[in-house]
Design a protein around this ligand. Sequence first.
Ligand SMILES: Nc1nc2c(ncn2[C@@H]2O[C@H](COP(=O)(O)OP(=O)(O)OP(=O)(O)O)[C@@H](O)[C@H]2O)c(=O)[nH]1
Ligand SMILES: [Mg+2]
Length: 296
Amino acid sequence: MSRSRAVFSQGIANLFQGRSQVDEALLEELEALLIAADVGVETTEALLHDLTTKLQRQENQSPETFVAALKQDLIELLRGRQIPLVFSEETKPFVLLMIGVNGTGKTTTIGKLAKKFQAEGKSVMLAAGDTFRAAAIDQLKVWGERNQIPVIAQHSGADSASVIFDAFQTAKVKNVDVLIADTAGRLHTQESLMEELKKVIRVIRKIDEKAPHEIMLVLDASIGQNALLQAKKFHESVGVTGLTLTKLDGTAKGGIIFNIAKTLNLPIRFVGMGEGIDDLRIFEAETFVNALFAAE
Ligand SMILES: Nc1nc2c(ncn2[C@@H]2O[C@H](COP(=O)(O)OP(=O)(O)OP(=O)(O)O)[C@@H](O)[C@H]2O)c(=O)[nH]1
Ligand SMILES: [Mg+2]
């Protein structure tokens, strides 16, 4: 998280350095800093309003008190979105549909999740629902072979809904615990992508009307405000049930997580902190903010 950290802890530390009290000028600089980190104008203003109101009621208005209160407010902002993904014993296979625009990290996150679930003792199967790119199918197949995780795939250009339907049936027959379905991030147009996803969901529901049990939107946190726009669009079109935010390791714009938390009433399940297979964390508000403010 070094770059997010640079903006938050370094930026904030520099801002408060050598100041003995919190004044208007300092607040304005803090506001600019949070907006630059993509916390968003409204979210930043709400945060600062809350902080100044709280602190006016306090005797000690030192910068230290202020930063501690800011950190606490950031934790509070995220805490309501800290809702982990849980599998119920009766739901088998648990169907997890991964969606998101191209390059956000869907396939990478599928690998990370598959490994994690497997380590928890669950059986996992993957569906190569991104049939738009031949390379996407191979990417999943190769990964599955290497990790002894079965991958249900057809040829490129095949119907994504039918691949996922087949995989769901196979997963049922084989009594698999978790089926994770990959989908395309890009089709000819955004409308055709949304239509395809709707069709995938419709077809899955022919087998089980409660499935997919999770429609997980994968967002690239490093693209800032665009991630929020994407989330709104996907949620309107297909109904998202959980979020994974990726690339929080390599970004100065990680502040978007606060904006997303404030704007969207959606659980944040996982955060991606790198390209490696183990670089995925269950989202925890306090751990996350503490890491953001941690010294290098
Ligand atoms: N730094 C960093 N890179 C990541 C993370 N997650 C994914 N990536 C990288 O992002 C790039 C795209 O990842 P993919 O998993 O292929 O993305 P995708 O959403 O499946 O993309 P499409 O299949 O094109 O729709 C790869 O180079 C990944 O290594 C993360 O948490 N941190
Ligand atoms: Mg992919």
